[in-house]
Design a protein around this ligand. Structure first.
Ligand code: PLP
Length: 382
């Protein structure tokens, strides 16, 4: 049986979420824009889900727009803000360690004549607020910084960035795809204008996400067609997905405290076992030492390539990841670890373990044992 430690990539759908979605496929299958009773029923499913999510996130229901996932939410926020504010300026600030859904969107905007500043991070993956302040210009229209990093878990000083952005009249977008359900969010009281979410990271279905849009923000839509989502996002609503997303968020938030405690325990267990058996200099923890998402643990085993470790773990029935994209059979060094200016030894040997609700202490004990065997086998050449 596989020990699945790749929950930052995606999670299994929670059985209660499936139970919530099934009758919508079979009974409430109307188009939420149709005026007949089947359509009204679907519309009321969407409305109830939106109300539930808004109450869980501390915002108004009208401030949530459903999208196809985190990638679309990031595109909608950045492209929509760039188009809406282009008469005020064409300068955007983001960070080198963002997800590609942000970085590649910004690179696309560069081709359209926008100027992008990519902030540095320190060895722990944190931005420098002073550097941020220095690069702000009169024509800066948007700052986009992720809440918690998907590769190393580092949490950014989101409130301080938001306060700075507000004081300068700059819109602030946060990719909170990995932070959703893990960190408590009360959106109306945060200095944040746009926030991206995705359901499949929290045991919801794939292909559904949301963008929070603060009251005073008017984005240019990026999808054109029908007038769904108050003309902010055209396309027939994914009614079962929306209902499943709201249920998944409810479950995640209900269990947040116990999950956080459990993740901490799993992290400590893994790190302690590995350091004890391999020696602490052979087990390098990447990311911020105190401000991190508890479900993400990035470890380098110097001298053993990420690829070798991942393949060996896979053969032992353990699914983990590197932050790297797989191209032509070889792993690219992670842009996040490179931006953190870690040594080549560390960047080339990093493995991301990410925990979920089904991860058990026994999984971690087994995984640590297997890693020790793999490391010793490779080091001793047998
Ligand atoms: C931080 C972050 N942003 C955005 C995304 C993209 O989300 P989705 O897979 O829903 O498009 C991911 C998914 O890996 C992520 O981890």
């Amino acid at each position: 049986m596989t020990i699945y430690l790749d929950h930052a990539a995606t999670t299994p759908v929670h059985p209660d979420v499936i139970q919530t979605m099934l009758p919508i496929y079979t009974h409430s299958y109307g188009n939420a824009s149709s005026t007949h009773s089947a359509g009204r029923e679907a519309r009321s499913v969407v409305q109830r889900a939106r109300d539930l999510m808004a109450s869980l996130l501390g915002c108004a229901a009208t401030q949530l727009v459903f999208t196809s996932g985190g990638t679309e939410s990031n595109n909608m926020a950045i492209l929509g803000a760039a188009a809406a504010r282009s008469s005020l300026g064409k300068h955007i600030i983001t960070v080198q360690t963002e997800h590609h859904a942000v970085l590649h969107t910004c690179q696309h905007l560069e081709k359209l004549g926008y100027e992008i500043t990519y902030l540095d991070v320190d060895n722990n993956g944190r931005i420098d607020l002073k550097q941020l302040e220095e690069v702000i210009r009169p024509e800066t229209i948007l700052i986009s910084v992720m809440y918690g990093n998907n590769e190393v878990g580092t949490i950014q000083p989101i409130v301080k960035i938001g306060e700075l952005a507000r004081s300068k009249g700059i819109w602030f977008h946060v990719d909170a795809v990995q932070a959703l359900g893990v960190i408590e969010l009360s959106l109306s009281s945060l200095p944040i204008d746009l926030m991206s979410f995705s359901a499949h990271k929290i045991q919801g279905p794939k292909g559904i996400g949301a963008l929070y849009i603060a009251k005073h923000i008017q984005l240019e839509p990026i999808l054109h067609g029908g007038s769904q989502e108050r003309k902010r996002r055209a396309g027939t609503e994914n009614v079962p997905g929306i209902a499943g997303f709201s249920k998944a968020l409810q479950i995640f938030i209900e269990h947040r405290y116990e999950m956080q405690q459990k993740m901490e325990k799993l992290r400590i267990e893994m790190v302690t076992r590995l350091q004890k058996q391999l020696g602490s200099e052979q087990v390098v923890i990447n990311g911020h030492p105190t401000d991190y998402l508890p479900h993400i643990l990035n470890i380098s085993f110097p001298g053993i390539s990420s690829e070798t470790m991942l393949m060996s773990l896979d053969m032992e029935g353990i699914a983990a990841a590197s932050g790297s994209a797989c191209t032509s059979g070889s792993l690219e060094v992670s842009h996040v670890l490179q931006a953190m200016k870690l040594s080549e030894q560390v960047t080339a040997s990093a493995v991301r373990f990410s925990f979920g609700s089904a991860s058990s202490l026994q999984d971690i004990v087994t995984c640590a044992e297997k890693i020790v065997t793999i490391v010793n086998r490779i080091r001793n050449n047998y």
